[in-house]
Design a protein around this ligand. Sequence first.
Ligand code: AMP
Ligand code: MG
Length: 342
Amino acid sequence: MRQTQVLPASDPKSIRLAAEIIRGGGLVAFPTETVYGLGANALNPDAVARIFEVKQRPSFDPLIVHIATRASLDLLVQAISLGDHRLMDAFWPGPLTVVLPKRESVPDIVTAGLSTVAIRMPAHPVAQALIREAGVPIAAPSANPFGYVSPTCAQHVFDGLGDRVDLILDGGPCPIGVESTIVSMIGTWPEVLRPGSVTLAEIREVIGPAVRAAASQTVIAPGQLPRHYATRTPVTILAAQGARPAVQGQERAGLLAMSALSHIDDRFCAVEVLSSSGDLREAARNLFAALRRLDALGLNRLYAEPCDEQGLGLAIMDRLRRCASPNQLKVSEPSLHGNGSR
Ligand code: AMP
Ligand code: MG
């Protein structure tokens, strides 16, 4: 069986090889500041089709197109308003995705047939270097099987997708750790479709108070499905930090704690603390890796402490709720152990 190459992103030769693979219609997993992406040439429908195959992603789930310069927008979107420009000036490069009316040059498979396209300019130097070297926009969802916890380091990508990708660029852990904020600039009012590390308050400061938080009833894509980012182990969110569940007799339970525990709690077989000082940035950075570690223990249930739904706390709770939702579409279950070790 072919073995996927995992190369250090710090070596310029790795970037050149990765860019060649992208231009040749292949798939490269690469780090961004949010999570690892599974990239293909966004203008090549066959290459993009492979992303859907490899991730077992339903074809109705549109992808985000990643660019390195604003000049690339001319090829991808129809018109850019003053509000769009303001958002880009304020948050690009960075963890903000903007949904805009698409041009015909964007293949339908990228946008799941929508007349709009989601675009982001990542700030991560490896993502930037790869897009520039490839010379094409890169369509990239998170580099994991559809529905599972997103990858925040190269090993997570390898664990989930193994040898189904052509190359993994290892750029270390992702500094933010939760997916980008998505803002739609299509309707009458701008709307935040997915919370992320760029907060609603920050967006309102730039384009005014009319920006709406996502209307959760209208599901237009799986990033907004009730169950997503999910562990195989069922998750229950506790009522408050410090609240403790009545762990059933034989239940082997794990705890995902937001901050340091005041005392050792032997009801739990395993405890992950997201940030000992309760810092939300640190918690977001550690969230997916901690969930994966707990999920790998084969426990009966995971209990998760909530955090305040302010700022980045909104993004953390959004991911936790979807992870805990029993309302399942179809979550593929990667083998965490099978092809995972190198
Ligand atoms: P992922 O790449 O897995 O982080 O998810 C991409 C998400 O972006 C999708 O699941 C949608 O929620 C959202 N998205 C992408 N394109 C569009 C679009 N044209 N309109 C609205 N949402 C979009
Ligand atoms: Mg994803």
